[in-house]
Design a protein around this ligand. Sequence first.
Ligand code: NAI
Length: 326
Amino acid sequence: MLYHLFMKRKMYFFEVKDDEREFVRKKYPEAIISSDVFSEKNKEKVKDAEILCVMVHSDLSAKNLSSLKNLKLIITRSTGYDHIDLAYCREHNILVSHVPDYGSYVIAEHVFALLLSSVRKILEGEKKTAEHIFKEDGLRGMALKGKTIGIIGLGKIGAHVARIASRGFLMRVIAYDLHPREDLARDYGFHYLETLDELYRESDIITLHLPLLPSTRHLINQESIAKMKDGVVLINTSRGGIIQTFDLVEAIKAGKFSHVALDVVEHEDNITEVSELLDLPNVIITPHIAYYTRESVEKMYAISSEIIDSFLRNGEVPSQYIVFGD
Ligand code: NAI
């Protein structure tokens, strides 16, 4: 039945890795699968698309979407959807859906991978042993127990960061969110501050877990960095645009941070634009892999299929997966 319905639909999957193809091919034999991002370059080739399933590097701006006259449904297999022009989709009756939670804990786990790699100098240590030098010189680290970690954005991911920090590492956890939830604070062992300024002032480590919105873009800039402690550790696994890169680079060069650890940067598709950042000492950058585990990818595809099957069946998307625009 579903297959019959699907035959009438043109469905495209983008950003599908080699080891994910098999699943898509089996489930939707007629779907067109590509490892590329959806971009200006290929938009003409897919102009008959009715269903588009993508990840975060696809550029679903109004300019690119405007050639897809039959488009009815977008599924981004990600949680974030700042790569999609929601206003355009609303105006053109295109349903936008996402995967709100494929395991928020995996991003939180990556936060601690970045944090420990930084403050315990794992990469520098590994480099030494790779050169057959087995000496501790220059590798003295910093303990986490008792340190204050400030979490900006205490949603699904931030909550797991709080849990691991307070229960696992016995850190003092403070948080700032527009919508504080005292039940969460009690369960996960942290407390909310009323202002971001307090969080900047008190934190030894700051970790960002906000969506990228006009109101959060460049939240971390010259002015906010100046309010942070000298020697603070800054971690960003949310979106590169939350940080004003040039201000960050200047502050790193001025010795403001003991470590900066990023999984996301501005201009990820043209990394040379932030090349200065890539070459600075005490900076660790991973290529947007915080989400990327075997378990989370399986869940992304499972939920995407649930969305597609529901849409094929009755033209609807389960409400928990619908993106309601800004
Ligand atoms: P969420 O929606 O559960 O939590 C976001 C929190 O930020 C909410 O509690 C909200 O009230 C708060 N918030 C929004 N604007 C704020 C502001 N101006 N000031 C203070 N708080 C504000 O989102 P979740 O699942 O925790 O994800 C957070 C972000 O992480 C996503 O939007 C996405 O961009 C990013 N992400 C990155 C991944 C990676 O692989 N690096 C993977 C998944 C998500």
